[in-house]
Write a protein that binds this ligand. Structure first.
Ligand code: SF4
Length: 335
């Protein structure tokens, strides 16, 4: 279980200058390591990494890489997923305390209890879950293919969807499925981006596109507000972080309001520098993600820490649910 974020003191005291970047690159080469950075990482970590992307894309890169060591700059469940998909590689996370409030909102024991109340139900879990929860899951999903994954389950089977209630509500509405049960989990960052705030920002900039991650507290409100005419329906785009980059390159809008963690703005601005990207909520910053500091990365590469391990039996069962996810629909995206 992740510690209270207020008690966690990130490693600090190192300036992310050119000498730091050179040292990081040299140490990575010495370790035969590939550096992966999630879209919500600090800009300097994204810039020094070999690859930046969403959690699933990075895990696939990890598995396909020739490097013997993966340094995963993200949160713990993401590094675990890389280890599940690439068990023969050494996987390091620069600070193992970097957890995730959404992944922590359901434990394997809680999931086993829920399953016992619904015998025969199919368990669909978002990728923001621990390896133990994935091992109890029938099919994992990303925000891109959650609807397809649930639609692939025979209509007469109950579905248990966890852990994110906002993504679950989106899937229930899209599939119209009454036998879908939703776990009441949420991410503290995404839940903090709410509908009224979105409506206010959209009213102030009526020509802007609205890029909204389905985990956001405002995702359901956005669709409701669009239905009510409070925000223009054609401007609302519910997108995974990976799909946001594609949409940024394709949009004709001059400005875009972005409802997800603020680290995403760095890649969006790089993808389409002519567009004015603005956060719906400037305070939507994940402090777990920001624990991967320049000092933490240097320490990780110097000392070979913190190594991520997953029990082989748990990893094998978790791998099955991740593989089923990859077989269904468009599995791009995730957080
Ligand atoms: S932004 Fe939320 S879901 Fe993403 S890693 Fe942070 S706590 Fe978890």
């Amino acid at each position: 279980m992740t510690a209270d974020v207020d008690e966690l003191v990130p490693y600090g005291g190192v300036r992310a200058d050119a000498a730091w970047a050179d040292e990081v690159r040299r140490l990575a080469a010495d370790r035969d390591a590939v550096l992966l950075a999630h879209n919500y990482q600090l800009p300097e970590i994204q810039e020094v990494a070999d690859h930046t992307g969403d959690s699933l894309a990075l895990s696939r890169i990890a598995a396909a890489s020739d490097a013997s060591t993966i340094v995963f700059c993200g949160v713990h469940f993401m590094a675990e997923t890389a280890k599940i998909l690439a068990p023969e590689k050494t996987v390091l996370i620069p600070d193992a305390r970097a957890g995730c409030s959404l992944a922590d909102s359901i434990t394997a024991e809680q999931l086993r209890g829920w399953k016992a109340q619904h015998p025969g139900a199919v368990v669909v879990s978002y990728v923001n879950t621990t390896a133990e929860v994935k091992a109890e899951t029938d099919i994992c999903c990303t925000s891109s293919n959650a609807v397809d994954v649930v639609a692939s389950v025979p209509a007469d089977r109950e579905v248990l969807f966890c852990p994110d209630q906002f993504l679950g509500a989106h899937v229930k509405r899209e599939t119209g499925r009454e036998n879908l049960h939703i776990w009441a989990g949420e991410c503290h960052v995404h839940a903090g981006i709410n509908g009224p705030e979105l409506a206010e920002r959209a009213a102030a900039d009526p020509d802007a596109d609205l890029f909204i991650h389905p985990e956001c507290g405002c995702a359901t409100s956005a669709l409701y507000l669009a239905g009510e005419g409070a925000v223009p329906e054609d401007k609302v785009k519910i997108l995974s972080t990976g799909d946001m980059l594609t949409a940024a390159r394709d949009t004709r809008a001059e400005s875009v309001l972005v409802a997800t963690e603020v680290g995403m703005l760095h890649q969006l601005r790089k993808a389409a520098p002519e567009i004015d990207f603005r956060a719906v909520n400037d305070r939507a910053s994940c402090r777990y993600m920001k624990m991967i500091t320049p000092a933490a990365l240097l320490r990780s590469l110097t000392d070979g820490v913190d190594e991520v391990d997953v029990d082989p039996d748990t990893a094998a069962r978790a791998r099955d649910s991740v593989r089923r996810m990859v077989e269904i629909g468009n599995p791009g995206g995730g957080e």
